[in-house]
Design a protein around this ligand. Structure first.
Ligand SMILES: *Cc1c(COP(=O)(O)O)cnc(C)c1O
Length: 421
């Protein structure tokens, strides 16, 4: 099964891939679409009955697949919210795919899963939160709102994870929220239409007074509130909702407070923006996508909650017969533990939707080991400075119209054929 072990030539093969990738990253090639007919002809073959072997496959990978990869990682490409992985992330992802394919079992990779979540929480100003990784902001929001749903129903004495829902519910989010909020509401059985859209101001920030009105109206109608969702950096413009004001409304009405910081939470590292992040400690759940602003390889997101036991009650997998008695469930101090396969370690699979899952903590660990918090901070500030530079540039350019003053590293502007000034 593990043919690396049999052939022992991983060094050579990875070197070939490395040479192909270094070549690709010079960006001396044209975009993949300019040669689409050629490479599709090469790749579009019937299901192979006989293999060509590892060396020939590697050559094809380098010459026809890598060579026609994405332009999103071009250093000049700044128009998309996910980027390419930094080198440390690539190395860590590759290493874990070989040495620890799963995040569970008592390996060093499993250890880094929790350690890196603690590092992230500390770096991002939420030191008392516990986390769980998932594949992206979509799933991270789903997990957080799954926790919110469980909590809200428990307040009325109902176990929604076990018995389903028995009430009409609503989630409050702004007109600028990411559509994964509606998506999550659909998956969680609350219904996409249960997301009540609250109006924003001209800067794309939720209006607290409109939220308060909506809450009072729903209360009269007996609708169960599941969560208030605040944006910490909208995907459209990087706007940040009034985090403190919304958090206080959530506290006053005893509603779960979720903050979607998929893109924007790392902005807290720029101390010039500290005021905008005041109140994040009021959150019950908050998400971040290391695969956006922190430069992780795609597939790394984290949900943070104050109380991880709520996720356990929302997402627990019932015990499986085939594992009966074979591993300790959660007690790493047990004297029976002598081997890395004697325990699953922290049961992350009970805190979210994935059982099999790659190790993601090692990616975050590797990035932070390489450049530290100082390096991350320098990068975040540089990106924010770039956005203000572009905003100023657009303001002074006859054919460019600045559409919104940037809050973070997103700058929205428009090109006009006829001069505007
Ligand atoms: C990107 C984004 C998401 C979705 O994250 P994925 O990693 O693409 O699944 C959710 N919320 C916000 C604010 C985002 O920017």
């Amino acid at each position: 099964m593990y043919d690396h072990a049999e052939t022992g030539n991983l060094t050579q093969l990875l070197q070939n891939i490395g040479i192909g990738l270094d070549e690709y990253l010079k960006f001396e090639h044209e975009d993949a679409q300019t040669r689409v007919a050629q490479w599709q002809k090469q790749l579009d073959i019937p299901l192979p009955q006989k293999g060509i072997g590892i060396e020939a496959m590697t050559n094809e990978l380098v010459n026809h697949v890598i060579a026609n990869g994405s332009s999103q990682i071009n250093p000049g490409a700044s128009a998309y919210i996910t980027t390419g992985a930094v080198t440390a992330a690539t190395l860590a992802m590759t290493a874990s795919s070989v040495a620890s394919p799963q995040r569970y079992l008592l390996t060093a990779f499993n250890f880094l899963e929790e350690l890196s979540l603690e590092w992230l929480a500390e770096m991002l100003g939420i030191p008392n939160f516990k986390g769980v990784y998932s594949s992206g902001g979509s799933v991270a929001n789903l997990v957080a709102l799954g926790g919110a749903k469980q909590w809200a129903f428990e307040q009325i004495g109902h176990d929604a994870a076990a018995d389903g829902i028995n009430r009409q519910t609503c989630i409050y989010a702004s007109a600028e929220c990411h559509h994964t909020i509606q998506h999550s509401a659909g998956i969680l059985g609350l219904g996409r239409n249960s997301v009540q859209i609250i109006e924003c101001d001209a800067q794309g920030r939720m209006k607290p007074e409109m939220l308060e009105n909506a809450i009072l109206k729903n209360k009269e109608q007996g609708i169960l509130p599941i969560a208030i969702v605040a944006n910490l950096g909208t995907t459209n413009t990087g706007a940040i909702d009034p985090i403190m004001a919304l958090g206080k409304i959530a506290q006053k009405h005893k509603i779960w407070y979720h903050i979607d910081g998929a893109y924007g939470l790392p902005g807290i590292l720029d101390e010039r923006l500290n005021n905008l992040y005041k109140g994040i400690e009021l959150a019950d759940s908050i998400i971040v996508d290391p695969h956006k602003w922190l430069g992780a390889s795609v597939g790394v997101a984290a949900t943070f909650v104050k109380d991880r036991d709520i996720l356990l009650r929302a997402f627990t997998q019932e015990p499986a017969d085939y594992l009966e008695g074979s591993v300790e469930q959660d007690d790493q101090a047990s004297p029976k533990i002598e081997h890395s396969m004697d325990s699953f370690g922290i049961p992350y699979f009970d805190y979210g939707v994935e059982l099999s899952s790659p190790c993601r903590g090692v990616v975050v660990w590797a990035m932070l080991k390489e450049i530290g918090v100082d390096g991350m901070r320098a990068r975040i500030k540089r990106h924010n400075d770039m956005a203000s530079y572009i905003a100023n540039f657009a303001k002074n350019h006859p054919n460019l119209e600045l559409l919104q003053e940037p809050t973070l590293s997103i700058c929205c502007f428009r090109y006009s054929l006829t001069p505007l000034i």
